[in-house]
Design a protein around this ligand. Structure first.
Ligand code: ADP
Ligand code: MG
Length: 416
């Protein structure tokens, strides 16, 4: 079935065609009808499979057709997302899909002034895309009224429910229009969170696409064993061998992000970083430069592991393995989006092997190992070291100590 054959408004069909969306993806095919019928939905589908449009299409159509009361009557739909970049990105999708319709979407998030957001709230719009912090601020200041909201969407739902906002979400649900619809979308979910989601709704329709393997089939992912102190040399080699590729590198901490950037700078590789210590305008700027290809290598923390949709990321490198297993799926899911194929590689050191085991447990299967003989490993290292004589060994040792300390702390916390 093509979008052309759907019983949705002509304007929406034109917008879909303009974006090059001809046929719905699996998750879109399965979610659009029940959402249009007004059902509550819990939808789980792999990264990059078009979950945004799976909720945006039916919501825009319902509002446009005036199934709900028209604008100036307050916000009709609230989309909650975990990060500001994601709020911006999803707002863009809503804007593109609602062109020439009666529907207006707007995104609000923290880290930027709120005056303009308050003005827009006064003007009125239909769909609000928001991060929790700024949203709760504006509600408590009396600028944001939620009583007319008829649809609540949690994107990256497992994370949203896990962030400690559950009480706020319960509170909000009490304030919304009494007969509202609730939609949960994510690529990952665990049993605890699933229960939590079910506790918020009655009789939801559960839709799951490819439940067995949480990693998208478009992604070829593997792990290679590299010691902590050697990682930078292998990264340098990888980037230089793939100089035309767009690469996203994930590290564990903000400090590590800046250190890896510096290490790459010393060997003539231009990179940019994104993490929670950066000013929001900076963060938006960085995303833009990476998106348009001005800089080809982005070093990120997990703040950017979820949801971000950048076309043509060829490689994801886990320079450090993620502490939270789900994030493995989200990180590698920044490549292989839509129809595209992607490659992901994880650098695993001795100290990280327990994390690798946890991740494999979460995935329910082992990650392919990229075999490298000892001689090969040594040869590569020697060549790379020769071309980079001014290694800052002090900071590398510090890195390793930081890591050890953090693992110990995490271990202690788990035992509690
Ligand atoms: P998810 O939220 O599932 O990770 P997104 O909603 O970000 O995925 O979509 C991933 C990519 O797929 C986007 O670049 C989007 O434009 C594209 N896409 C979505 N739906 C379709 C479709 N029906 N046909 C072609 N491309 C699509
Ligand atoms: Mg998404």
């Amino acid at each position: 079935m093509k979008f052309e054959d759907y019983y949705i408004s002509q304007e929406l069909k034109k917008n879909l065609a303009k974006l090059g969306f001809v046929k719905p993806t699996d998750i879109q095919f399965k979610s659009i009808p029940p959402i249009l019928k007004g059902e509550d939905v819990l939808a789980i589908a792999q990264t990059g499979t078009g979950k945004t449009a799976a909720f945006a299409i039916p919501v825009i159509d319902m509002i446009h057709r005036g199934k709900m009361k028209q604008r100036n009557d307050g916000i009709k739909c609230l989309v909650m997302v975990p990060t500001r970049e994601l709020a911006q990105q999803i707002t863009e999708v809503f804007e593109k899909l609602s062109r020439h319709t009666k529907v207006k979407a707007y995104g609000i998030y923290g880290g930027v002034g709120q005056d303009e957001q308050i003005d827009r709230l006064e003007d009125g719009f239909d769909i609000l895309i928001s991060t929790p912090g700024r949203m709760f601020d504006l509600i408590s200041q009396g600028h944001l009224l939620v009583d007319r909201i008829e649809i609540l969407i949690l994107d990256e739902a497992d994370h949203m429910l896990d962030l400690g906002f559950i009480k706020d979400i319960q509170d909000i649900k009490r304030k919304l229009n009494r007969k509202h619809q609730t939609l949960f979308f994510s690529a990952t979910i665990n049993d605890v969170i699933k229960k939590l989601a079910y506790s918020l709704v009655e009789n939801p329709i559960r839709i799951q696409v490819s439940p067995k393997d949480p990693v998208s089939k478009n992604i070829e992912h593997s792990v290679v064993f590299i010691e902590m102190d050697d990682k930078r040399f292998f990264l340098e080699r990888m980037i230089k061998e793939n100089s035309a590729s767009k690469i996203m590198i994930f590290v564990r901490t903000k400090v590590r992000a800046e250190r890896v950037k510096m290490a790459m700078e010393r060997v003539g590789i231009e990179t940019i970083t994104i993490h929670g210590d950066k000013d929001q305008q900076d963060r938006f700027g960085v995303m833009k430069r990476f998106k348009n290809g001005e800089v080809k290598v982005l070093i990120a923390t997990d703040v950017s592991s979820r949801g971000i949709d950048i076309p043509n990321v060829d490689f994801v490198v886990n320079y450090d393995l993620p502490d939270v297993s789900e994030n493995y799926v989200h990180r590698v899911g920044r490549t292989g989006r839509g129809m595209a194929k992607g490659l992901a590689i994880s650098f695993c050191s001795k100290e990280e092997k327990p994390i690798l085991d946890e991740i494999q447990g979460f995935l329910g299967s082992n990650i392919a190992v990229l075999e490298m003989s000892k001689t090969e490993y040594k040869d590569i290292l020697e060549v790379m070291k020769e071309s980079d004589n001014d290694t800052d060994w002090q900071s590398l040792i510090r890195d390793n100590e930081d890591f050890e300390a953090k693992r110990k702390k995490a271990g202690a916390k788990k035992k509690k």
